[in-house]
Write a protein that binds this ligand. Structure first.
Ligand SMILES: [Zn+2]
Length: 85
C-alpha cells in the first residue's frame, strides 16, 4: 500500500515538473516573462551589451530579469526590449 502511495506522489511530482517545463518553454518561445534568454542581448537604445552579472535595480528586474543600461539609463527586459515606465 505504501508503495502505491509513494508512486502516486512521485507521479504528481513528475506532472508538476513537466508543467513547469512547459511554462518555461512556452515563455521562451513567446519571449514572455517566464522565458529564459540564453542569447546575449544589448540595450534597446544604444546597443550597450547586457552585463554578464546583473544587479537588479528593482523588484521587477529581480523577479523577471532585465537590466538598466549604465550607458544611457534605459531599462531593458531580458530580451533586450525597452521597458516603458
Ligand atoms: Zn543604453
Amino acid at each position: 500500500m505504501e508503495i502505491i502511495l509513494a508512486l502516486a506522489l512521485f507521479l504528481i511530482f513528475l506532472i508538476i515538473l513537466a508543467l513547469g517545463l512547459v511554462v518555461v518553454v512556452l515563455g521562451t518561445l513567446k519571449k514572455g516573462k517566464m522565458g529564459i534568454n540564453l542569447a546575449k542581448t544589448g540595450c534597446a537604445q544604444c546597443g550597450e551589451p547586457m552585463p554578464a552579472i546583473r544587479k537588479p535595480a528593482n523588484l521587477r528586474q529581480a523577479l523577471w530579469g532585465g537590466w538598466t543600461c549604465k550607458q544611457c539609463g534605459t531599462e531593458n527586459d531580458k530580451w533586450g526590449r525597452q521597458i516603458r515606465p
